[in-house]
Design a protein around this ligand. Structure first.
Ligand code: 4AD
Ligand code: MG
Length: 428
């Protein structure tokens, strides 16, 4: 049975069996105190000479950290044991004595990345993996409840969405293909069929920036909805983020503790989130001492300063048109700004969502492309979508890994991705 099933008053006095890996072990005369872990937790096992066979006892003595073991014994309540219970072993089987495990205390972040294939089994990473799962489950549950359909766009694509500088090119049978930067254009195509759609798929960016929030491959949760405007899309995102936080607090208290998250900060997040125009946020930045021009692009550093002492996420809406790609719809009342938004996470984390209304009229779309010196023919099928019953619509993209970095309170996106990919890291 799993360790989490053993850590229970109802098991006290009963025979239990479990298996897993040696978390740590120490010997004291006739006794071996072995802490065993599995996917659900850790438990102390006491192995006494004379209770188990002499062969079993001598094998148990040799069991190094991460050796694989199977144990039978009786369960006791024990305050001094690490998780409050203890198994007194009557039988122990060692599957493999592990070689010298390279991870000891005080290893650098860089080293832990080098051996991520082994670090994955740490309590921290195991906790992160469980929280990732909760976030993904929550997204799916929320979207289903709201009537959104999950779809699967392609990852090999023929064009760019978010600008040429971060495009990964791959050879494709004598032609050039790219790894998708965002599934947005495909979601817009799906929208004319299913109306409300979303996907959770990888996106790729040839990011040279070495910040705590950029990777070259990330998990992108993107949605697109017909007949919805910019402010309504923000309403949906607000509900969705709150739903995720609620589920995480409900499901993963233990994991949040393991990563030392101050949960009072998560509990304090409530409706409504702040909603500020782009100009207002520039003003806030200036008040906090940042030197910002009127149409400054906000990067990691600026957003960190701006959001540092906020308690709730901040929507920044209606950016200057010149800062944003052609697909954002210019505000009909003020074409110098687009009907878009970013969602900035508090506590210094910054942007987790980018979204807004789409340029849905064909002529306007072509006009915006020309203004940005793009050739509409390169976007033939995307423009074609505007020829057959185009409708107002909005969407967004949320970086799942960035959201998790904030929710877990960790200091780097690398810590929430099982096998992070950056400019300098392709292994393990
Ligand atoms: O702001 P971005 O570039 O927007 C888009 O891609 C839109 N086409 C999305 C849409 O409307 N469907 O990216 C969206 C989000 C960002 O807010 C960020 O959370 C995440 O994707 N993101 C990254 N996460 C990790 N590493 C990177 N290099 C990222 N680039 C973007
Ligand atoms: Mg963005």
């Amino acid at each position: 049975m799993h360790i989490s099933d053993i850590l229970n008053d109802n098991r006290v006095g009963l025979e239990v069996e479990t298996r897993g890996w040696v978390y740590r072990s120490r010997e004291s005369g006739k006794l071996i105190f072995m802490v065993v872990r599995d996917s659900t937790g850790i438990v102390q096992v006491v192995i006494e000479k004379g209770v188990v066979s002499p062969e079993e006892f001598s094998m148990a003595k040799k069991a190094t950290i991460e050796s694989s073991v199977e144990i039978e014994g009786r369960c006791f309540k024990e305050q001094k044991a690490v998780t409050g219970y203890e198994i007194h072993a009557t039988k122990i089987k060692i599957y493999q004595i592990a070689e010298n495990f390279p991870i000891t205390k005080d290893k650098s972040d860089e080293f832990l990345l080098d051996i991520r294939h082994l670090w994955l089994r740490s309590r921290e990473m195991t906790a992160v993996l469980k929280m990732r799962e909760t976030v993904l489950d929550s997204i799916r549950g929320f979207m289903k409840e709201r009537g959104y359909h999950e779809v699967q766009p392609p990852m090999f694509v023929g064009g760019m969405v978010e600008g040429g500088s971060t495009l990964f090119e791959v050879p494709y049978f004598g032609e050039k293909a790219y790894l998708t930067q965002s599934s947005q254009f495909y979601l817009e195509a799906f929208m004319y069929s299913l109306e409300n759609v979303y996907t959770i798929s990888p996106s790729f960016r040839a990011e040279k920036s070495r910040t705590r929030r950029h990777v070259t491959e990330f998990t992108h949760y993107e949605a697109e909805a017909a007949w919805i405007g910019n402010q309504q899309m923000m309403d949906l995102e607000e509900e969705m983020v709150l739903f995720i936080i609620h589920n995480l607090l409900e499901t993963n208290r233990e994991e949040l503790d393991i990563v030392k998250r101050d949960v009072t900060k998560l509990k304090a997040v409530e409706k409504p989130f702040y909603r500020y125009t782009y100009e207002k946020v520039i003003e806030i930045g200036r008040e906090k001492g940042l030197q910002l021009s009127d149409a400054a692009d906000l990067g990691e550093k600026e957003e960190r300063t701006i959001t540092e002492d906020f308690d709730k996420p901040i929507f920044v809406y209606n950016f200057p048109t010149q800062l944003k790609p052609f697909y954002h719809r210019p505000d009909p009342d003020d074409p110098t700004h687009v009907l878009n938004h970013d969602l900035l996470a508090p506590e210094g984390y910054g942007e987790v969502i980018g979204g807004g209304e789409r340029t849905w009229k064909k002529d306007e779309l072509i006009g915006r492309m020309k203004e940005e010196n793009l050739n509409p023919e390169d976007y033939q099928w995307y423009v074609d979508l505007r020829s057959f019953g185009s409708v107002p619509h909005s969407g967004f993209g949320l970086g799942v890994d960035r959201l998790l970095t904030w929710l877990t309170g960790l200091d780097h996106i690398n810590k929430v991705i099982p096998f992070p990919r950056t400019m300098r890291r392709l292994k393990p």
